[in-house]
Write a protein that binds this ligand. Structure first.
Ligand SMILES: Nc1ncnc2c1ncn2[C@@H]1O[C@H](COP(=O)(O)OP(=O)(O)O)[C@@H](O)[C@H]1O
Ligand SMILES: [Mg+2]
Length: 278
């Protein structure tokens, strides 16, 4: 559904994307994980036609973003990182403007707005001004708006940034629901647990390059199955073990009473990139 080949982006002399290649299958939930400045938003902006690439190529549902940009744009809905709703208009009005931009008929716009505001649980507030909504509600409205023209791919740029834990989990549920309805999802995040919980596959992006790309489980298995942390004056030292028995042996040898835990995606990220996210 998404094919990216050797994608490059220069901002003047600065290289923001340095040859990224990846493929996303129809119906897949793909997480693009990396620290701030890695090039995540730049990738989404290129794919959705908001900025030009400097090299390489990309297709969305078979439509080349350079030679067939209108067809490529019709395939995708996008929720940008920063809130870009019109806060002086109502929820319905925000949805309606978006439908007009995509040339939807008045009847279609009304029907789709009703359906989607129900879908994201904002129907009761449909005639309220956007300025009265909480941060989590605004994010849900942006997601509903992106789905207005029934795109086959939904791009979500850091959809839960700045939201508290409970609201974040609610948005995760909504994202999963959208995937289950058949939409391909390309999600960027710098929250490792977001990628671990949601994604079918994860790409680690760092300084404009892909460091690893696989299922969360396979990435974790590259590191080990069990982890053993020791806090030292030089920071946290973690040892990884392929099975519980060898890990248990290490814990038994350690007098400090430290805990043994399952390897998580953060371990994989730290080990495979030598970096911390956030
Ligand atoms: N319009 C721009 N002009 C110059 N540099 C930019 C521009 N947009 C982004 N950058 C730089 O490109 C790099 C990648 O940015 P971005 O794609 O926004 O990263 P991310 O979304 O992963 O945090 C950053 O170093 C950022 O400062
Ligand atoms: Mg970004």
């Amino acid at each position: 559904m998404i094919v990216i080949e050797n994608l490059r982006k220069q901002y003047g002399a600065f290289t923001a994307l340095d040859g990224v290649s990846l493929r996303v299958a129809p119906g897949e939930l793909f997480a693009y994980l990396g620290p701030n400045g890695a090039g995540k938003s730049t990738t989404i902006k290129i794919l959705t036609g908001l900025t030009r690439l400097s090299g390489g190529s990309a297709t969305l549902g078979g439509a080349d973003i350079q030679t067939d940009p209108i067809a490529a744009k019709r395939q995708c809905g996008v929720v940008m990182q920063h809130i870009n709703l019109d806060s002086d208009l109502t929820l319905v009005e925000n949805m309606d403007i978006h439908g007009r931009l995509f040339g939807m008929s008045a009847a279609d716009r009304v029907a789709r707005t009703e359906e989607l505001l129900g879908y994201v649980d904002l129907y009761d507030r449909k005639e309220k001004l956007v300025s009265t909504l909480s941060g989590g509600m605004k994010r849900r409205l942006m997601i509903a708006r992106a789905l207005m023209h029934n795109p086959s791919i939904l791009f979500l740029d850091e959809p839960t940034v700045g939201l508290d834990a409970e609201i974040r989990r609610r948005i995760w549920g909504l994202i999963k629901k959208i995937q289950n309805a058949g939409t391909t999802i390309f999600l960027t995040t710098h929250y490792i647990e977001e990628a671990e919980f949601l994604a079918d596959r994860v790409a680690f992006l760092d300084e404009g390059r892909l460091r690893a790309l696989d299922t969360p489980l396979a990435l974790m298995h590259r590191v080990g199955a069990w982890a053993f942390d020791r806090l030292t004056e030089d920071g946290m030292k973690t040892e990884y073990f392929p099975d519980r028995d060898s890990a248990q042996a290490a814990v038994t040898l350690d007098a400090g009473g430290h805990t043994l835990r399952r390897v998580n995606l953060e371990d994989a990220f730290l080990t495979l990139t030598g970096k911390t996210v956030v």
